[in-house]
Design a protein around this ligand. Structure first.
Ligand SMILES: [Fe+2]
Ligand SMILES: [Fe+2]
Length: 464
């Protein structure tokens, strides 16, 4: 079930319970059954989400950041909830794990009128349901501001990465601690909106490949680390290591790194030395701590394959450690999907995923590849798709639980004219399906530009 479907079902069950609690005694079977169904559904959702949050903002209702549309189906319940929340000056409702039937019945019964709600809500002391009241009527919800904040964090991180590498290149003192700070900001953005941050990895600057690549590998490593449940401290380490994995390239002749053509065998051997040079670069930084040591290990091992091949050479028994295996995958994926001098046409994202999958057990850790594909979905963010309708769409967000059915935005009509088309949740709208992924260049579309322009809170989804 998509977030959208979960949201509409949640609202209609809550509406039924409130109505029942207004009409019948709280001990009546209708109320008891309504509460039972609601709690059962809520607990199912709480296996997927840490909590459920309903936000009212202007004329909208958001369910876990997903805007619900007023459709014929479910109109009454959504309209009722919106009107009640507005009337009671409720800004948001949060349902946490542990809600029981008795607690939710009392809570639902408060929705009668303003006086009883305000008085009783404070008096009853609910433990698993929280209400936040409006102070002003039009406060923009925090998460709608996230989109802009995430973009700022990404570009700040890009500037820090660029500055760090440029300083090292010109043998000036590099401020490594600023890269740590920025990694914590990225972790924060990721916890707010994983897809919002990942969307920005579609920014691939041909001329400044090294900087964008370093940052994108850092971002992917954080996202993959988060998916496997790393602690914040470990995330900071793997993120920093991802950011610094190619730092050794600053010790290599710039003419080779930026050579406009195929590398000779000798030049290629020189490039391979960046793994060792990375260790040296980090050793030279002041105040070497645990994160620095981890980054050194990742610099050294990030071209090691799980089958024992790769460079630098090693003893047969030596294996890359977890963070190196994470960076190995993220590094390869970003490199494959980016145009470079010797790869003018990059891999389409779904093909790059297929390569990762085919080379699991050989180059990449199979479990981590699986998690990476779950994270990216079958059609990663920014993928350009030809739809069954003839329209062309971009993948906007993944759909948890439906990894081949993302949320897409129609950007070209069937005559290939640019349009501000609808956003479609393909797990909901079964009339439209993906015909095939295509190169965005074929239609003169730049997914990165699209994500940069897309307005905050673009989460309105068309439903069949
Ligand atoms: Fe590398
Ligand atoms: Fe790399």
């Amino acid at each position: 079930m998509s977030t959208y479907e979960s949201g509409t079902t949640f609202v209609s069950l809550f509406y039924a319970l409130i109505k029942a609690a207004q009409v019948y005694d709280l001990g009546n079977d209708v109320v008891q059954h309504g509460a039972q169904r609601f709690v059962h559904f809520l607990n199912t959702l709480l296996n997927l989400y840490s909590h459920i949050e309903i936000i009212r903002y202007r004329d909208y209702i958001f369910f876990n950041k997903q805007r619900l549309r007023f459709q014929i189906d479910g109109y009454a319940s959504l309209q009722f909830l919106h009107e009640r929340m507005k009337h009671l000056k409720i800004r948001n409702l949060v349902f946490k794990p542990g809600v029981e039937k008795e607690e939710i019945i009392i809570f639902a019964s408060l929705f009668k009128d303003e006086d009883s709600f305000l008085k009783e809500y404070d008096r009853k002391k609910f433990h698993h349901v929280c209400v936040e009241f409006s102070t002003g009527d039009e406060e923009i919800p925090e998460f709608l501001r996230d989109s802009e904040r995430i973009k700022r964090t990404y570009f700040k991180a890009l500037a820090v990465t660029k500055n760090l590498l440029q300083n090292l290149w010109t043998r000036q003192p590099a401020n490594v601690s600023s890269s740590r700070r920025i990694v914590y900001n990225l972790i924060d953005s990721l916890s707010h909106d994983e897809f919002g941050l990942l969307a920005l990895t579609t920014i691939k600057n041909f001329d400044e490949y090294t900087y964008n690549h370093s940052l994108n590998v850092g971002v992917f490593s954080l996202a993959l680390g988060q998916r496997i449940g790393l602690s914040k401290k470990d995330l900071a380490q793997v993120g920093t290591a991802g950011l610094l994995h190619d730092i050794g390239k600053v010790s290599i002749d710039k003419d080779i790194i930026y050579k406009d053509g195929k590398l000779t065998e000798n030049e290629w051997e020189a490039v391979k030395l960046h793994s060792q040079f990375g260790v040296e670069q980090i050793l030279q930084t002041r105040g070497l701590d645990e994160t620095g040591l981890v980054s050194m290990a990742v610099c050294y091992q990030h071209h090691w394959n799980v089958d024992g091949t790769g460079y630098p050479r090693r003893k047969g028994t030596e294996k890359p450690f977890l963070f190196s295996k994470i960076v190995r995958i993220c590094d390869s994926y970003d490199a494959m999907t980016t145009a470079r001098v010797y790869q003018p046409i990059p891999y389409l994202p779904h093909i790059a995923l297929r390569v990762l999958w085919q080379l699991r057990h050989i180059c990449f850790d199979p479990v981590l590849v699986k998690v990476f594909i779950q994270l990216s979905g079958l059609y990663p963010l920014g993928s350009c798709l030809e739809m069954s309708t003839g329209d062309v769409a971009l993948v906007l967000r993944q759909n948890p639980g439906h990894f081949s059915l993302p949320i897409v935005k129609i950007v070209l009509d069937k005559n290939q004219g640019p349009i501000e088309g609808p956003t479609i949740d393909l797990s909901v709208d079964k009339h439209v399906y993906i015909k095939k992924p295509v190169y965005p260049q074929k239609y003169d579309i730049n997914p990165a530009e699209f994500f940069m322009k897309s307005p905050a809170g673009d989460s309105e989804v068309k439903i069949a």
